[in-house]
Design a protein. Structure first.
Length: 282
């Protein structure tokens, strides 16, 4: 049973994972490389939990209990001390993730589960940076984490069964529904979604359709709760571009070659909601 969790990375995904863990009764430490990133992540959680309090979805006692379970630090050794599980939520870059996992492997006890929140990269490749690959697993949460119910659980080539069982139990404990995915590029969901995102960007680039009409078409014609362009702006255009690049590099499938529009938008810092402008203006 996971009683103490460390989340490495205080960005949107890391903060979301830390929040649902704290709401699930788990003592949680969030760690990043700079204090300002740590504080920003904690403030994101405080804001989200505060809105729940304002709307009457939880009372003051419950609100305070959740926040009391959260800690933040820039000290990795202190962050992982005593943790039953560590979830890495850094940038989608294999070299960076392998570096983080090598550090975690040297700092954590042998029974500590090491998990990656990667959306596309190989768990087996990430685990190869450790001396104990049997304790490495993937837990791909979806954005926004507090609202999205799914977690893809990915077993690497050497992942132990006890790690799979403890991880799926953890997912359920924090209110998520786990599905088992093979360790293939993009796992299950992103193999579909990245095609959708790329097609949307391609249609906009070629003038076939506007962002508004694409989103409306998918919502009304395919019963999607959000359109693909809205999702890209919410998740971050840079995040979508990196996922497509990774899938294209790993599969060689031309369908995943990123649209030139996505490349241009990232160069122009049109990353979506987080920069105030993406496909839409905020």
């Amino acid at each position: 049973m996971i009683k103490k969790l460390c989340v490495v990375g205080a960005g949107t995904m890391g903060a979301g994972i830390a929040q649902v863990a704290a709401e699930g009764g788990i003592e949680t430490t969030i760690r990043d490389v700079e204090e300002r990133f740590v504080e920003r992540g904690l403030q994101t959680i405080r804001t989200f939990i505060g809105k729940k309090l304002e709307k009457g979805k939880l009372d003051r006692e419950r609100h305070d209990e959740i926040l009391d379970r959260l800690r933040g630090t820039t000290d990795l050794a202190a962050a992982v001390a005593g943790a039953d599980m560590v979830i890495e939520a850094v940038f989608e870059d294999l070299a960076l993730k392998k570096k983080v996992f090598a550090e975690l492997d040297s700092l954590c006890g042998r029974d500590t589960i090491l998990s990656s929140n990667t959306s596309t990269l190989s768990i087996t490749a990430i685990a190869s940076a450790t001396e104990n690959p049997e304790r490495v697993i993937g837990t791909h949460f979806f954005s926004p984490v507090p609202l999205m119910r799914l977690v893809e659980v990915i077993r690497g080539e050497k992942t132990a069964e006890r790690v799979v069982e403890a991880t799926t139990e953890f997912c359920r404990a924090v209110g998520k529904t786990p599905v088992m995915a093979k360790d293939v590029p993009g796992f299950i969901v992103n193999r579909f979604l990245c095609l959708l995102y790329n097609e949307a960007a391609d249609q906009i680039e070629k003038g076939y359709a506007t962002p508004e009409d694409i989103d409306l078409g998918l919502k009304l014609g395919a019963n999607h709760p959000m359109g693909p362009v809205e999702i890209m702006d919410m998740a971050g255009v840079d995040v979508v571009l990196n996922a497509l690049k990774a899938l294209y590099e790993m599969t060689g499938d031309e369908r995943y070659r990123p649209s030139p529009l996505l490349e241009r938008m990232v160069r122009e810092n049109r990353l979506g909601r987080k920069t105030g402008r993406g496909f839409y203006t905020y």
